[in-house]
Design a protein around this ligand. Sequence first.
Ligand code: ZN
Length: 114
Amino acid sequence: MFEFSLALLVNNEIIKLAKKFNWKAVKCVMLKIGMMSALSPKLICAAFNQISRGTVTENAKLLIMTTPFKLRCKNCKQYIYSEEKQKLCPSCGAYELEAQSGFEFCIELLEVES
Ligand SMILES: [Zn+2]
């Protein structure tokens, strides 16, 4: 249900912007979600479809782009990009990985009709 709250938050934000800038309609919404956040893009899409009904985003296409984990090894100082969470450094084998990014959640792009 966390996805539903986030979709609601995103839609409210877009409605606010649409009022401010007099947009007639929103054609496309792109969200950026870090893989570390463990959110389901499928659930966000489903929630957004429901929430957008009757609002300025009603016919908007929702695109979700996921960003990989970025980890840094404290031992050999290498950066590691991964689709999955991992604990072991692939280059030196140390259990010293530190998360750098992968938690983002933001509106990356809006395509509007004004
Ligand atoms: Zn290492």
